[in-house]
Design a protein around this ligand. Sequence first.
Ligand code: FES
Length: 227
Amino acid sequence: MKSAASVPEAEQSTRPVELARHDEAALLELLETLVQRHGYVPREFSDEVSRLVAVKLERLRRIQAKLDSTIRRDVQQHVARWRNEEGNLIMILHAIQNQHGYVPREVAMELSRELGVKLARIYEVITFYHYFKLQPPGAHNVTVCNGTACYLKGSTDLLNALRTELGVAEGQTTADRQIHLDTVRCIGCCGMAPAVVIDGKTLGHVKVADVSGHLVALKQSNQEARP
Ligand code: FES
């Protein structure tokens, strides 16, 4: 095995300050290069990596502690507001979803502790009601009506086209968290069947050929919104 002293000078010049500027991907790449060149990671580098990881972990712990206390405070407020009301679990879940756009797992766990209700029961309620979401919402929502009138007018084809274009199933959000695809049972506009709701705007008589155009318009609106 080579000693650290045999590391060429140019490589030894990669000092801690320079390392600190690397993001994790660059750091991993550097480590892989060192392993490829020397068959091991020289001691000064592994020490530096350990130090950086320890610093990051400490920061992570502090952020997590802050988050935990914020979550606890918010949940305590919701519980205090609804504690003696009938059906309080649903009311609290509504408040949580309004706040976050979905019900984060860590919030559900805190609610379970605070309310003295089993976590399994909370998830039973969340999954029973279509309204509650377990994943963060996308920046945009595309909802296909699959009520009877829309179904008869081809909503399944629309849904399939959207699934293909977006690469997600209903109830899911694209990997870039830009578009959430969902379905709904009748939005009361049966005369416009098949109907699709995009960011709260109802579009009627939608054709499969229109799907791409609507998605392009959404993507363009994202770009325009960027500074
Ligand atoms: S079934 Fe789609 S709007 Fe009524």
